[in-house]
Design a binder for this molecule. Structure first.
Ligand code: AHG
Ligand code: MN
Ligand code: MN
Ligand code: MN
Length: 336
């Protein structure tokens, strides 16, 4: 039974990535080592999240981060774990975290060729009520011809070599793309291994769901308002769409990837750049969407073409099924 194959022929994430990388003769296994350290961070955060209520890990840490947000204890803990795991991999040179004002430059003795941008704990507002949260990461590679600098991370998202997220949901799921499709792995807690359970994820060409914080509607621009209006009152006789909004980007994007539809965090009058951060939220998710056959649009351009000027830059984002994003693009084009 093909569907049962994974029960005995275990395609762990390490085996999967080693297989993928073996197609490149120049591969030295560095990416696999880096990924193993990211996976370790995900497993640690997963186990912390699962016992947060018992281990006194719910609630505030007492500091305000660079985003002006109150840090939760799990934001701080996850950030520390990922930084230590990434630095100790010996494969990274520059790290950008949502929780740290400045980029982290890895000391020369532990320096490698990869830059990792990450949101250690996404969906902080959902921690204390035990709703799904996640970790998002994107990976750039520094070319051999120069010493790493901040310019190596202020690159358009299309230059990423890999991106992914881990969702701490009803099961722990890691979704990864190295630029050739998207694959999903589920943590088998008894093995402590991520096993390939969602090979070659393709987002449906058109969806039946839209996902947005409608509480901001009074401040939206015309095209966003019109699109959401069309979802509720379609003019072409098609059924109205369902609204789903969890408030954790990882969980909302994961559902969008599997079921189709749109996820958006548009600009509004109060936040003309939207809320989500380009490097470690918008880019990795846009990279995954495109690799799954969907699209990611900022309201002006393809999201992966954006060139960030500062590490914590924000951008409006519309991502999801190919046809649905076409509809949004047409509304923005009509606006001029
Ligand atoms: P984070 O918890 O990493 O700061 O990110 C929160 C983000 C994202 O997960 C989610 O899509 C969005 O904030 C929700 O924002 P609203 O509460 O404004 O809807
Ligand atoms: Mn935050
Ligand atoms: Mn986030
Ligand atoms: Mn976060």
């Amino acid at each position: 039974h093909a569907a049962d194959a994974h029960r005995t022929d275990l395609m762990t994430i390490t085996r999967f990535v080693l297989n993928e990388q073996s197609k490149y003769p120049e591969s030295r296994g560095d990416f696999t080592i880096l990924l193993n350290h990211i996976v370790l961070g995900c497993k640690f955060v997963c186990s912390s999240v699962n016992k947060a209520g018992l281990a006194k890990l719910i609630g505030l840490a007492g500091e305000i981060n660079i985003q002006g947000e109150e840090q939760k204890k799990l934001d701080v803990l996850s950030n520390e774990v990922f930084i230590k795991a990434l630095v100790s991999s010996g494969r990274t040179c520059i790290l950008v975290s949502e929780e740290d004002e400045d980029a982290i430059i890895v000391e020369p003795s532990k320096c490698g060729r990869y830059c990792v941008v990450f949101d250690p704990l996404d969906g902080s507002s959902n921690i204390d009520c035990v709703v799904s949260i996640g970790t998002i990461f994107g990976i750039y590679m520094v070319k051999d011809d120069h010493e790493p600098t901040l310019a190596d991370v202020l690159q358009p998202g299309k230059q990423m070599v890999a991106a992914g997220y881990c969702m701490y949901g009803s099961s722990c799921t890691l979704v990864l793309s190295t630029g050739k499709g998207v694959n999903g792995f589920t943590l088998d807690p008894s093995l402590g291994e991520f096993i390939l359970t969602h090979p070659d994820i393709r987002i449906p060409k058109k969806g039946k769901i839209y996902s947005v914080n409608e509480g901001n509607a009074k401040n939206w621009d015309g095209p966003t308002a019109k699109y959401v209006e069309n979802c509720k009152f379609p003019k072409d006789g098609s059924p109205s769409k369902s609204l789903r909004y969890i408030g954790s980007m990882v969980a909302d994007v994961h559902r969008t990837l599997l079921y189709g539809g749109t996820f958006m965090y548009p600009a509004d009058k109060k936040s003309p750049s939207g809320k989500l951060r380009v490097l470690y939220e918008v880019f990795p998710m846009s990279f995954l969407m495109e690799n799954a056959g969907g699209q990611a649009f900022t309201g002006k351009q393809r999201a992966l073409d954006l060139v960030p000027t500062k590490i914590h830059d924000r951008s409006p984002i519309f991502l999801g099924s190919y046809d649905d994003i076409e509809e949004i693009k047409a509304l923005y084009a009509a606006e001029g």
